[in-house]
Design a binder for this molecule. Structure first.
Ligand code: CA
Ligand code: CA
Length: 377
């Protein structure tokens, strides 16, 4: 089932050129081909989840940070009360997303077109394949999807927000839960018991790990412990390798890691991690990959957010390309420490970012540093 990349066509440059065109038609793609087979085997899906208790906290930036790209979007600090919810302890991995893709392919629910994955009836792109660009670890050989060697436990990247929502629906169905997302409008029904993306308020509350007296700037403290997080130049043994320089999910658990097990690109035979899990037992809430939240990004939303279970604005703040974008949280392996001498502060626990701002070539920058984790009531 595993394929070695050397056997596959390398057309990343073509993919990047196409990216802008695809972005322009994002949401408008339609096609006819549907792959079907009767061999549908329900997957067994288990996720490590943390139970987050109901509670009230003061959401926003407690440290006076002024974001150079979008100042004031973390203010005013405002009180938020949340119902209890569950959230996955880890970012969703390539292995987990692969199960969704192969299962959906067998059911005829998705198709591969222009080296991207789409719903079979047309609609927004779910994700990019390895054939589209080398950054993406899940490939398609015309029959099934497979993962690059030693990448199965890395966070999935190259996924759109709709792809993440579609994964949530599949995960719900696979576990006998009621789906949250409408398959056309992608509106989330929060009364359902299935999987969904965390709201922005849930994400921040979960990331804080219960630390509200005093509030902290990062999930576990007021300074960055580079041995406990995957950030740019944090010193992990994946930084000398090709993009994406993700670490496996939950890599920073305080254990000594061995190259003989992980086959990382760096030459170090071992790497001592510090334990990066937060107060709720969640890993990678700081760094590794950015994580989608359910909310549209509303730059001025904090001034009008309801107190009880805020779920974001009805649509997003229009970015320079005239389009609304979803929010993302937590910083990533690629950037966000310092740009041009200015601290971007991406991995601060209160930091907000629209998915428009993904990198220097935005909005057509690759999605190689953006993934997600899931939540449910
Ligand atoms: Ca790193
Ligand atoms: Ca993360």
């Amino acid at each position: 089932m595993k394929k070695r990349w050397g056997n596959w066509p390398k057309d990343g440059r073509t993919g990047l050129i196409c990216f802008g065109l695809l972005t322009a038609v994002w949401g408008c793609v339609r096609s006819e081909a549907v792959t079907t087979t009767d061999d549908v085997t329900p997957p067994t899906v288990t996720l490590a989840e943390a139970q987050i208790p109901a509670g009230t906290f003061d959401m926003g930036d407690h440290f006076g940070f002024v974001d150079p790209s979008h100042p004031s979007d973390e203010l005013p600090i405002h009180q938020v009360t949340l119902s209890a919810f569950r959230i996955s302890k880890l970012e969703i991995t390539n292995r987990q997303f692969l199960d969704f893709l192969n299962s959906s392919l067998k059911k005829g629910a998705i198709k591969v077109q222009n080296q991207t994955v789409l719903p079979s009836g047309g609609g927004e792109i779910y994700c990019y394949t390895h054939q589209y660009a080398d950054y993406y670890s899940i490939g398609y050989d015309g029959v099934q999807f497979s993962i690059a060697d030693f990448r199965a436990d890395h966070p999935v990247v190259g996924v759109s927000w709709c792809g993440a929502a579609a994964y949530c629906n599949w995960l719900s169905e696979s576990n006998g839960l009621n789906v949250c997302y409408h398959p056309d409008s992608w509106i989330c029904d929060f009364t359902k018991n299935g999987y969904r993306l965390p709201t922005e308020a849930e994400w921040e509350y979960a990331a804080r790990g219960g630390h509200t007296d005093p509030y902290l700037n990062y999930p576990n403290g007021n300074s960055i412990d580079k041995s406990a997080v995957n950030l740019p130049e944090s010193g992990d043994p994946y930084e000398t390798g090709p993009y994406p320089q993700t670490t496996p999910v939950g890599f920073y658990d305080g254990q000594l890691k061995l190259k003989s097990v992980f086959n990382w690109p760096g030459s170090a035979p071992s790497y001592q991690t510090a334990d990066g899990k937060n107060g709720y037992g969640l890993y990678d809430m700081q760094g590794n990959v950015w994580e989608y939240v359910n909310d549209w990004y509303g730059q001025d939303y904090y001034a009008k957010s309801p107190k009880e279970n805020p779920r974001g604005p009805d649509t997003g703040f229009l970015m320079p390309d005239g389009k609304p974008y979803r929010g993302m949280r937590g910083g990533n392996w690629y950037n966000g420490l310092v740009t041009g001498g200015v601290n971007d502060g991406h991995s601060r626990v209160s930091n907000r970012n629209p998915t428009y701002y993904r990198g220097p070539q935005d909005p057509n920058h690759p999605y190689y540093h953006l993934g997600f984790r899931v939540a449910r009531n």
